[in-house]
Design a protein around this ligand. Structure first.
Ligand SMILES: [Zn+2]
Length: 93
């Protein structure tokens, strides 16, 4: 075996899919944690999840709330402006 069979991809460099950046994987792991915590308590107002903010050098704790009408989880950091909405229905249309 040798590596010579990789030479043919030299001209199609732009077509090679890039691996998912590490940070993106951390963020999706963060989202699943937030969803897990939120589904357990189903808070209708912002409630601490105990999950640390994923921003570097931020030691805030994430609070979350669920909107059952919209099927959305809203989350917010206690220390920085980090916040967002996770739509739970997007995966089951
Ligand atoms: Zn934060």
């Amino acid at each position: 075996m040798n590596d010579s069979n990789t030479s043919h991809i030299g001209t199609t460099e732009g077509d090679i899919p890039k691996p998912i950046p590490k940070q993106a994987r951390e963020i999706s792991a963060f989202f699943s944690l937030v969803i897990d915590e939120t589904m357990e308590k189903l808070p209708s107002t912002l409630t601490s999840t105990g999950i640390r903010c994923f921003r570097k050098r931020c030691f805030g704790i994430i609070s979350s709330a669920i909107d059952l009408d919209k099927n959305e989880v809203y989350w917010k950091c206690s220390e920085c402006v980090n916040s967002g909405t996770i739509n739970l229905s997007s995966s089951k249309k």
